[in-house]
Design a protein around this ligand. Structure first.
Ligand code: ATP
Ligand code: MG
Length: 604
């Protein structure tokens, strides 16, 4: 119920339209009732011996005022057939128009509300930190944003319109039945609780099975997404069969949960049919007796029967809708669960804006551990990086270099100590102002399936083409971009598949340079480049590094040498700090790494 109210709150902005569509649907319901009443008139039209005096259509409850069809027409028109013909056409026309407009408006409200919800979920996803994405699979997330919400969408658009339509029709028809003969009406409804109660009971099971279906869809998505983005690995390892099996296993799980859902969902329908049949037989028996006793006129009974038969459809639809509604609720539970997950990385209350970075970045006894890992991945690290300095981070794989630099833009948050920028704890700064000071070339370059220019000027709606070219030149990327079919307008494919590893890396460097921020973080930014282009990029970086504060993670001695300070990491701790010469004379880890690399180079 809470979820229903929450879902309903999304349509608050559109309440006026929703109210209008409710009115339209109510008129539609009244016309449905009129349709049943018209049966009465039809029988009069068919009966040549019927007296030509007006016949009561219905009585207004409470005031007991009788309404005649003739009341709606000027005295000039008195032929019963003409009256009947005009009324039938008018009723169906009004009913059709109201139904159409009501349906349109309800769908508009439902779809708009869901669009708002989906946008909210997406924004929420953007706000989540590394921990969230490490814990949730891409496929599952995509399935939530797309197919879970789609289910809720069906509930809010098509279904909402149908609920209104069927409910108002049912109300109108019930009114007709009660109006004609309330005892007969109660008699024919006596069996309904026996249908409704079990249906309501099924709701929870339907909701649960729907949840399972959505999970299976998520699993399917997961395999799909991995096989597509990893298609090269799949081929290289001849794993087509393996992936195909994985996919069909997930697909058959989906089939199973779907079938279970269909099984449960179909239960109410035969019940209603049976109840309908029993009621119908009883009704005929009862009606015959009443007609014989002259308590009931045959045409009234005909109208009653028509109303009851018409009522059958809305009631059947409504129980069906109830199960779709339960499925939607199952899906919305998950969507709301995502919305309710707290963002793990947020600025503290009263966070301030970081002005242009001027003095220093300080790591003060910083400790960090990944939630799922054992031990500390960063253990009591203290380090000062002054503005304008170039600091090189070196150390063996898994030493914690990437983790350490991730703490500065707050991709991760410290568990002990603090990281301070210009004296402010990064947690006291707004994320936007903090990250605006930092450009990053990550260890794994990610490019977007867009043009070269849009990739370099990523995140800027309007960009300056001359600066794009300038950044590309500096990153030594201009030459190969020029050779591409559409130059800077070439679309580079998913993650940049149309580029070589080194070209991708140079685009990533250009992208960081375009941002032109005071702090630059380069995580193995030149690892994919050959020695020659690396030297060129180094030179370019060298120019750009001047006047900037740079943290560079590198294995190549050539990169490291330019640094003002070299920090050697080992198992999450700082093992050595100093200049190249200092560290070489110390003869520690750095010395050893250097020796190993020299060996590598002579081998190469
Ligand atoms: N998301 C994560 N969850 C759990 N542990 C992690 C996660 N990411 C990294 N680690 C662990 O943290 C440690 C430090 O990893 P990090 O990526 O910082 O190493 P690195 O020094 O950058 O290594 P490399 O030179 O290979 O890039 C490693 O032991 C790694 O296994
Ligand atoms: Mg790393």
């Amino acid at each position: 119920m809470k979820d229903v109210l929450r879902l309903a709150s999304y349509s608050r902005r559109y309440w006026a339209l929703l109210a209008l569509s409710v009115i339209l649907m109510a008129v539609m319901g009244a016309m449905t009732a009129a349709r049943a009443l018209l049966i009465k008139v039809a029988i009069r039209v068919l009966n040549p011996s019927a007296p030509s005096i007006p016949e009561k259509l219905f009585s207004v409850p409470l005031s007991h005022h009788d309404v005649y069809l003739e009341d709606f027409f000027p005295p000039r028109i008195h032929n019963i057939f003409t009256i009947f013909a005009i009324t039938v056409i008018a009723v169906f026309l009004v009913r059709g128009i109201c139904d159409y407009l009501g349906d349109y408006l309800t769908n508009f409200v439902g779809l708009s509300a869901i669009t708002d919800l989906r946008n909210e979920v997406f924004d929420k996803l953007l706000g989540h930190g590394a921990g969230f994405f490490a814990a949730t699979s891409t496929g599952q997330l995509m399935s939530s944003v797309m197919s879970d919400i789609e289910r809720v969408q069906t509930a809010c658009s098509d279904m909402l319109a149908d609920v209104l339509r069927q409910s108002f029709s049912a109300i109108g028809l019930l009114a007709v039945m009660l109006g004609v003969d309330w005892r007969l009406a109660l008699f024919s409804l006596a069996l309904f609780p026996f249908v409704l109660l079990p249906t309501a009971k099924l709701g929870r099971r339907i909701r649960r099975s729907s949840r399972r279906t959505q999970d299976a869809v998520g699993e399917l998505n997961q395999v799909l997404q991995e096989s597509i983005s990893g298609q090269q690995v799949v081929k290289a390892f001849g794993a087509e069969q393996y992936e195909s099996r994985r996919f069909s296993t997930a697909a058959s799980r989906l089939l199973k949960t779907n079938m279970r859902k269909v099984l449960i969902q179909g239960i109410p329908s035969p019940f209603i049919e049976l109840t309908g049949a029993v009621t119908f037989v009883g009704l005929l028996w009862f009606g015959r007796a009443e007609i014989k006793a002259k308590v009931l006129k045959p045409e009234d009974f005909a109208a009653f029967l028509a109303a009851m038969l018409f009522l059958y459809e809305p009631l059947k639809r409504l129980t069906n809708l109830y199960s779709i509604f339960q499925q939607a609720m199952g899906a919305s539970e998950k969507v709301f669960a995502y919305l309710d997950q707290p963002e793990e990385i947020i600025a503290r209350k009263g966070a301030r804006e970081l002005q242009a970075f001027r003095q220093s970045v300080v790591y003060d006894h910083v400790g960090f551990r990944y939630p799922t890992a054992t031990g500390l991945q960063i253990d009591d690290v203290s380090l000062e990086i002054r503005a304008g300095e170039i600091v090189a981070l070196v150390g063996s794989s898994g030493a914690g270099k990437t983790t350490l630099v991730g703490l500065l833009p707050r991709f991760l948050d410290v568990v002990a100590g603090s990281v301070r920028v210009d004296g402010f704890d990064v947690r006291d700064l707004t994320l936007e102002s903090l990250r605006n000071q930092i450009s990053l070339v990550a260890q794994e370059t990610f490019l977007f399936n867009d043009t070269v220019s849009n990739n370099i000027a990523y995140g800027h709606e309007k960009f300056d083409q001359s600066r794009v070219v300038e950044s590309a030149r500096a990153a030594h990327a201009h030459e190969f971009i020029e050779e591409m079919p559409q130059g800077y307008k070439t679309v580079i494919g998913d993650r940049g598949v149309k580029l070589s590893g080194g070209q991708r890396q140079r685009l990533a460097i250009a992208r960081a340079l375009y941002r032109n921020t005071p702090i630059l973080i380069l995580d193995e930014a030149t690892s994919h480049l050959d020695t020659e282009s690396e030297m060129l990029v180094q030179k370019a970086l060298g120019n750009l590094m001047t006047g900037r504060t740079v943290v560079v993670i590198a294995h190549r001695i050539s990169t490291i040498r330019r640094a003002d300070k070299i920090v050697v990491m080992d198992q999450g701790r700082i093992a050595e700090t100093g200049t190249h010469d200092e560290l070489m004379t110390q003869g520690g880890i750095y010395h050893r790494l250097h020796e190993l690399q020299n060996l590598d180079w002579t081998d190469a």
